[in-house]
Design a protein around this ligand. Structure first.
Ligand SMILES: [Zn+2]
Length: 299
């Protein structure tokens, strides 16, 4: 009798053990599937979505298996960026790049960290200047699963693990700036032969122009710095980058008069440049096959 009970117990132990192993394998497989879940972009294609978030910035960079968000829009429009990501079936961000800590750039960052799985955050090492910035830093500290990279430490390097997509960090080049805007992460997204430049709200472009060659900075599409302010995207910078497409992210009838007339004049003086504006065109999507870019606009 005792022997039979022992036998039964051994069988139960085996069954429970096997169930646990199956569950573990299932969980690992499910996680892997989630990580590799396609986002609706076909293979061999890059999509860059310059999301219309009013007077703010939020750009979603997508390939068939990688998702990167550069800036997170404003604070006063609830879940605008999250809803846009969901509409594109983006469940996870490999990278969240916060160019600098002005509210129109890290607006939805807290909500994104709570609602979307994020692999790595890239941000500048910048002094804390607002309650919201402090709150975000505190939240990031609680998220042990998220890798944190300070852009200052990886200038000149590419972000890891993006397969055929390359994102190189070009700035901030100095450790202290008077102006918050000048902490902006500058990055070059490269896909095949196509190049896309992002400069956040950078105003002082002198160091960038001195550090990098014309060939390196030349790009197909340029997200115009600082929402098209008067002094950003100076002539020296534009002559170096020679963009074919310019995208201005700004709100309709915004208080800053962005884009400024002087900036528009500078852009219009570039031969063959196509200019798009989120206040007029809504969300703007550039699709690249690695050699050619096509542009689609919401309106
Ligand atoms: Zn801004």
């Amino acid at each position: 009798m005792e022997k039979e009970t022992e036998k039964k117990e051994t069988v139960i132990r085996w069954v429970v053990g096997i169930i646990i192993v199956i569950c573990l394998i299932g969980a690992i497989f499910f996680k892997k599937m989630q990580e590799e879940q396609p986002v609706g972009v076909s293979e061999g294609t890059l999509e860059i979505h310059y999301i219309d978030v009013g007077q703010a910035d939020a750009t979603l960079v997508l390939t068939s298996n990688k998702s990167i968000l550069i800036d997170t829009g404003r604070m006063d429009v609830e879940d605008a960026v999250i809803n846009y990501m969901r509409s594109k079936n983006v469940q996870r961000l490999d990278y969240l790049i916060i160019t600098h800590f002005d509210r129109d750039h890290f607006g939805e960052a807290e909500d994104i960290l709570e609602k979307v799985e994020v692999g790595t955050i890239v941000m500048p090492r910048q002094e804390i200047t607002s309650i919201e910035h402090q709150r975000l830093v505190d939240l990031i500290a609680t998220k042990e699963e998220i890798n944190v990279l300070y852009a200052n430490d990886i200038v000149g390097k590419e972000l890891d693990g993006l397969d055929e997509l390359s994102i190189k960090i070009l700035a901030p080049l100095e450790s202290f700036y008077e102006e918050s805007n000048n902490y902006s992460i500058v990055s070059m997204v490269t896909y095949g032969e196509n190049k896309f430049l992002f400069t956040g709200d950078l105003e002082d472009e002198t160091t960038i122009c001195k550090t990098y060659t014309d060939a390196f900075l030349s790009c197909d599409a340029y997200k115009v710095g600082h929402h098209g302010s008067k002094n950003s995207s100076g002539t020296e910078m534009l002559l170096k980058i020679k963009p074919k497409i310019a995208i201005i992210s700004c709100g309709e009838n915004n208080d800053h008069n962005h884009p400024h007339k002087d900036l528009l004049d500078r852009l219009n003086s570039i031969k063959g440049l196509d200019i798009y504006r989120t206040d007029e065109n809504g969300t703007i999507v550039i699709i690249s096959n690695g050699t050619e870019c096509t542009v689609k606009t919401e309106k």
